[in-house]
Design a protein. Sequence first.
Lengths: 334, 163
Amino acid sequence: MLGEYGVMMRLKAYIAVLPLCALLSATAQGATTPAGTSISNQASVSFVMAGVPGSAQSNAAAFLVGEILDLNITSQSPTVSVSAGDTNRALLFRLTNTGNGTETFPLAIDDLVAGDDFDPQPATPAIYFDSDASGNLSAADVAYVPGANDPTLAPDASIGVLLVNNIPVSAVDGSAGRSRLLARAATGTGTPGTSFPGQGSGGTDAVVGAKGGQAEALGQYLVGDVQVSLAKSVAVLDATGGASPVPGARLNYQIVINVTGSGTAHGFVLTDPVPAGTAYAAGSLRLNSLPLSDAADGDAGELVTGTTPTIRVALGDLTQTAGPQTIAFSVTIN
Amino acid sequence: MKRIQIFAAGMILAFIATTAMAQERGCILLKTVAEIEKIDTNERGEKSTRLVPAEKIVPGDEVVYTVSATNICDEAADHVVIDNPVPQHMKYVANSAVGPGTDVSYSIDSGFHYEKPAALKVSNPDGSQREARADEYTNIRWVMRNPLKPGSVAFARFRARLE
């Protein structure tokens, strides 16, 4: 039989931030005309003169579409729960070229944001590209080196950017610290409408767009304590209605997960192997009394089959406010 | 029968010949100009608008197209009709087509049919119909109410926004 401690150990290994798959979805659909496109207009006329029909074409009045310098940054992780003293905590942003020409965008970080409770400390390096699109800082992510690998984006293309900070040990529970990502068009910034003759894509003129050729977005760290505790219990039911753990007897397990503190336990996944010498009772998995199917599908739970069949329930982000979570399942003694 | 056919063929030949003549004479000179509005502010802070040649056009900008038709022959031109497809990558700006002495109509099928806005219908996915939006117009037509006299100029103008 599994003790509470055993479940705890496995839990620790599985508590991880789930990949933010939704953030990798395609960029906004772009309908803007690419810089360098020639736009031509030609009219025609028909008429009748002395009973004879005639027609004519006009000249083609044409101009080249200039490059508009425009960009957008959105925070993909508006608030990240951290603990005081945490290192290399990442905030995820998405930088999109909303202009109509291929453009390079130098980046910068600003941790001295007014209006928050503490200043996060930029890690070294402090800006990464989310190269593996995991949504968080990982070994495959490439560090940003100003002037060396400034991102160059085609119209409507976007890139995931991570700001990486350390949380001061002095940061108190419940306090917030903000960090800002800034980006600008390398061709130029300024009052909307400012023009840079000949500097746009394909030798066209570049014109500063509505945002002034620059953009910024804030992310926030929220310091919070969080403790997760689990209590596992079992009830035995044998064929005679007694409680003897004999072959054929049913073991009804219950695991209650309790969260305390102001923080959030991110991407909480509980796994518990079916004890050796027992067989999982098909269809017995429950979350807060509601049935979960055994298959890996839309619901939170599944029975992972294999040499050691394992119960797996992905509970997502857990907070104290959400209340205790109760998982139940049954096995039969072989 | 044979005689009629020959007669018909002769008619067509004559028609082609005179049409070619009218075109060769180039009796209407048609010109298109693309401009944008520029706002000037004088020393007293008063604003005035003038049209300047279209350059530095970026998505979202409005271009003013002016078409002029000049009768350079010595006879009046009847049934003068000016057609202008809305340029690619551009959307017609609602209520912007004007032309003194003309009736303006629009097409939403690349110029096969022209109608007044109220008669231009688009089918909704559910089968019902709605009036076409200005940005769905594909062509604009100006029909002159009166003949264009020798030496006279007719103007047609519209605005379009670059996508």
